[in-house]
Design a protein around this ligand. Structure first.
Ligand code: CMC
Length: 392
């Protein structure tokens, strides 16, 4: 069976070739299809970036309109899906509801599940892009006992999501364009990140030729972990805890450096970036912008600034090249937008969806694709004799 090497966590082993996202972790560079993230964040929109990731070129105005229109007509969930949400307990984690509902989509669209048929893949991708914000909003509405609204397709992608999340039939709700703009930009920053844990999961599941809904649902579950997308919620919990404990940032950093069990500086460190995460730099600026619109300053921002300042000058973090990652400041923005902490990772999932679809689709048309099947180095017993139960 040949020579097997051990690379736990895929630290040095590429699982695939890919033409979608480029990262230079030492230089802190991130590009989608060759375009620097800074330019996309400033000048593009989430739907345009989604198109770019899925099609490998920026859309013409006509292509973008067509893409947006296709997504718009699919935002509605089947009525049976609405009752699906009432089956969960009210305190269900919205990430669990999200992944379950995405799996459930495959029960409604059985006519278009073939991963090898490009037309079926395209419509599945459109359905996912259109329905994930609706599902996300319903997961939230369910958790607070509010009625589930219908999408309003006269609104754009992010506005529609914000209205479904925060609107109520009894009160006029106007989307704040500034909030919509910042959220759209955050979705762009999350849209792809090459072979991260959830994307590799989506690819691995798809490599068995499971359908797109099944694969993305698995990716959502991977993303929910605190070392991955769940870090954005974990950062806020960490900041809250430091505030409750009297705001002593130095004491917390000492606990991190002492490697107390379960104590990490959440929102810091990255497998690939050994420099400032370029997304974190953009998020930090947006956090300041967003938090400046609040009537009274969020004390957690002060704690985050102090943490970053101490960490960036402390040898523990400097020698290990630990810098803030994308998750360090996003939670503060989401909080200022009134999202509860439990929803933060759901927002990450909405942003990452086009990347998952693009990566999965790239794999499906690549003739070099094989089922993902890592090897192992066995460390268990050599052969031994079975002992009948009455002799043990
Ligand atoms: N706080 C304290 N120490 C850390 C941290 C941290 N956040 N991250 C890494 N280290 C230490 C780690 O203990 C190790 O030290 P030593 O060499 O003494 O054993 C060294 O730095 C190298 O870390 P590693 O765990 O080998 O690095 P990794 O590439 O396996 O892990 C990571 C990357 C992102 C999982 C890790 O940095 C981490 O757990 N960070 C906190 C969680 C987080 O913010 N995750 C979000 C990642 S970015 C967005 C996303 O993927 O969703």
């Amino acid at each position: 069976t040949g020579f097997v090497t051990l690379d736990q966590g895929f630290v040095n082993t590429a699982s695939t070739t890919s033409a979608i996202t480029y990262i230079d972790g030492d230089a802190g560079i991130l590009r989608y299809r060759g375009f620097p993230i800074e330019q996309l964040a400033e000048k593009s929109t989430f739907l345009e970036v989604s198109y770019l990731l899925m099609h490998d070129a920026l859309p013409t105005p006509a292509q973008l309109k067509d893409f947006g229109d296709k997504i718009r007509v699919h935002t509605l969930l089947q009525e049976e899906m609405r009752s699906f949400f009432s089956g969960f307990p009210r305190d269900a984690h919205p990430m669990a509801v999200l992944s379950s509902a995405v799996t459930a989509l495959s029960t409604f669209y059985q006519d278009a599940l073939d991963p090898l048929d490009p037309e079926q893949v395209e419509i599945s991708g459109i359905r996912l892009m259109a329905k994930l914000p609706t599902i996300a909003a319903y997961a939230y509405k369910k958790s607070i006992g509010h009625p589930l609204p219908y999408p309003d397709n006269s609104l754009d992608y992010v506005e529609n999501f914000l209205r479904m999340t925060f609107g109520l039939p009894t009160v006029q709700y106007d989307v704040d364009p500034k909030v919509a703009k910042i959220l759209d930009m955050l979705f762009i920053l999350h849209a792809d990140h090459e072979q991260n844990c959830s994307t590799s999961t989506v690819r691995l599941v798809g490599s068995a030729q499971a359908n797109l809904f099944a694969s993305v649902s698995a990716g959502i579950n991977a993303l929910s972990g605190p070392l991955h997308g769940g870090a954005n919620a974990a950062v806020l919990e960490m900041l809250e805890q430091i505030r409750k404990d009297g705001g002593d940032v130095n004491a917390f950093v000492t606990r991190v450096k002492n490697k107390e069990k379960g104590v990490k500086l959440m929102g810091f460190g990255h497998r690939v970036y050994k420099n400032y995460d370029p997304r974190a730099a953009i998020v930090k600026k947006a956090a300041l912008e967003m938090l400046n619109t609040l009537d009274k300053p969020d004390p957690l921002l002060e704690i985050a600034f102090k943490l970053e300042e101490i960490a960036l000058s402390d040898d523990y973090f400097v020698s290990r090249k630990l810098y803030p990652n994308v998750d360090f400041y996003t939670g503060l923005i989401y909080k200022a937008m009134n999202f509860p902490t439990k929803m933060f990772t759901v927002l990450f999932a909405i942003g990452r969806l086009p990347g998952w679809i693009a990566q999965w689709s790239e794999m499906m048309v690549d003739p070099a694709t094989k089922i993902g099947r890592p090897r192992q180095l066995y460390t268990g017993f050599a052969e031994r004799e079975f002992v009948p139960i009455d002799k043990r």
